[in-house]
Design a protein around this ligand. Structure first.
Ligand code: FE2
Length: 262
């Protein structure tokens, strides 16, 4: 199975700029590339921060682009999203019984679990008791089957002070680790939020984070005050079979990123 992951498009009012670039235009370039090369993908996952400030028009623009792309998709929420507005524009995206945008997708190769780490109004992420209980049930059902987890906030610090203060809450990460260990075959965590390509190992589980489609955070290991920079966006091409998983990073180099004006 081929899965495409992209993250953090931060859409704003169509036509407006964010951090010096046009989020909708940049998302369009990424989606065009996906359409050109990976129209055979079985799933597109966007791991949160779909919009920059939860605007209705921004979600509508995303809906329009995804309809045009025509791939099956799952959308996650990030700290910049607005749960109610999102739900109004995307009523078909599955939620759990409590209304969190959490769901599973069972494929031939694995159970995919999509988590909701949005803590309304906060930059950091949470997996509250309700969400953790839901996850525990989904993992129990999948005993003996491989699991892949998708979530916006990474569950551990990545060595960048500008980001390490606003990841998944430490207590919730501990609870998540217990659930992951209890299942025993969680093979990969896919996250967003950090606007950088980064790969690591957490409690024995590989974790991959990707650049956003609009703007990136600099690789600064010391300064907590750094802000967004214009580095190339990328998306992930995940190839999955019963035994193996590989993630290719498709980097869209600057020449391909020329603004699509005129
Ligand atoms: Fe973001």
């Amino acid at each position: 199975m081929k899965i495409i992951q992209l993250t953090d498009p931060h859409l704003v009012q169509p036509g407006q700029m964010l951090n010096g670039t046009d989020p909708l235009a940049r998302l369009g370039i990424v989606l065009d590339d996906i359409s050109r090369h990976h129209g055979d993908a079985g799933l597109l996952v966007i791991t949160g921060d779909l919009t920059d400030d939860g605007l209705d028009q921004a979600y509508r623009a995303l809906d329009e682009r995804l309809r045009k792309l025509g791939l099956p998709y799952r959308l996650l929420l990030g700290n910049h999203d607005q749960r109610t507005t999102f739900g109004a524009i995307f009523p078909q995206v599955p939620r759990d019984e409590a209304g969190f945008v959490q769901s599973v997708l069972d494929t031939r190769e694995a159970r995919l679990i999509f988590l909701d780490t949005l803590d309304d109004g906060k930059v950091g992420g949470r997996l509250c008791a309700t969400r953790l209980a839901w996850l525990e049930q989904r993992l129990t059902e999948a005993q003996g089957r491989p699991v892949l987890l998708f979530m916006h906030h990474p569950p551990f610090e990545i060595g960048l002070p500008a980001l390490d203060h606003c990841l998944l809450a430490a207590d919730d990460a501990l609870s998540l680790a217990t659930l992951v260990r209890g299942h025993g075959d969680v093979r990969q965590i896919f996250a967003g939020h950090v606007h950088r390509p980064a790969h690591g190992l957490w409690n024995g589980v590989p974790v991959t984070m990707l650049p956003g489609t609009n703007h990136q955070m600099p690789l600064d290991l010391h300064d907590a005050s750094v802000g967004p920079v214009d580095e190339p966006p990328a998306y992930g091409v995940i190839l999955l079979d019963a035994d193996n998983l590989i993630i290719h990073l498709r980097i869209l180099a600057p020449p391909a990123m020329a603004p699509a004006h005129g």
